[in-house]
Design a binder for this molecule. Structure first.
Ligand code: NAP
Length: 253
């Protein structure tokens, strides 16, 4: 659905820098009811304060993505608070402590549980609601790291690859109902998640991701890359055989 008609927004990962930037952009375009869902009540309240304008209602919900048995209930409660969900933003994510072949199996399972298993569960619950409504957009924060999984972040990359694949299939399932999924593939974004890390080529900002999401919604896009040229680079690289790609990727590390 076009960003112009959006009135209600649910942000999963209510303290996310990128997620709150998207909320702000949607409020600027006319959204009036926002639900922030997350684990940290103080962080959520601080984010709510940055969104509040005259005539904007901001509600908070307790949400841990690994608590899959509560996902349907969460979506029901958000719907009770704001009515039909015009946009659901899925901005939950954690980086992995990447140790190559020596990675800790417990740490791998934890990252996959957050970025893929838990997130897929809440996406399914949200999609079911959007399908029932017959309208609405599920905005999913994927990553370039999931489009082309590199050896310097294989755990995070693989978890995003699974998430991205699921999001693409969900879009196919939802489209006949009038609802849809917008898959967002940013490169390096300067946020709390990447604080202290050196910029990667084509580094961008949370506000730039938000602007691309709004534009993508206006064009009923299925995928947006941020910045846009990163999509051309990634699609080109993915055509190369792994034997040629491997040294190229190694040079970027
Ligand atoms: N920054 C980048 O370079 C970049 C690039 C591509 C894609 N992305 C993706 O964009 C999304 C947003 O990232 P960001 O840059 O905005 O980072 P961020 O500010 O660190 O946001 C991450 C969010 O995930 C939430 N989260 C983590 N574990 C959770 C759990 N178990 N249950 C519920 N929420 C949980 C965090 O909540 P807490 O406050 O409770 O920890 C936080 O709200 C993520 O999916 C990330 O993978 C980021």
């Amino acid at each position: 659905m076009s960003a112009v008609g959006v009135r209600s927004v649910l942000l999963l990962g209510g303290t996310s820098d990128i997620g709150t930037a998207i909320c702000r952009a949607l409020v600027d375009r006319g959204a009036t009811r926002v639900v922030l869902a997350g684990r940290d009540p103080v962080g959520l309240a601080l984010r709510a304060a940055t969104l509040k304008h005259v005539n904007i209602e901001v509600s908070l919900l307790d949400f841990d993505v690994v608590d899959s048995s509560r996902h349907r209930d969460l979506i029901d409660r958000a719907t009770e608070m704001v009515g039909d969900l015009d946009v659901v933003i899925c901005a939950v994510g954690v980086l992995a402590d990447e140790q190559g072949i020596d990675a800790d199996p417990v740490a791998i399972a934890r990252v996959v549980a957050v970025n893929m298993g838990g997130t897929m569960g809440v996406m399914a619950a949200a999609s079911s609601r959007l399908q029932h409504q017959g309208h609405g957009t599920l905005v999913v924060l994927s990553s370039v790291a999931g489009f082309l999984v590199r050896s310097d972040n294989p755990i995070y990359g693989a978890s995003k690859a699974g998430l991205d694949a699921y999001a693409c299939a969900l879009d196919d399932l939802l489209r006949p109902s009038g609802a849809s999924v917008l898959v967002v593939r940013p490169g390096f974004v300067r946020t709390a998640m990447t604080a202290g890390m050196a910029d990667r080529p084509m580094a961008t900002t949370a506000d730039a991701v938000a602007a691309a999401v709004v534009k993508g919604m206006d064009h009923d896009a299925h995928v947006v890359w941020v910045p846009r040229p990163v999509g051309l680079v990634m699609n080109g690289l993915r055509l190369l055989p792994r034997s040629i790609l491997r040294p190229l990727l190694r040079r970027q590390q």
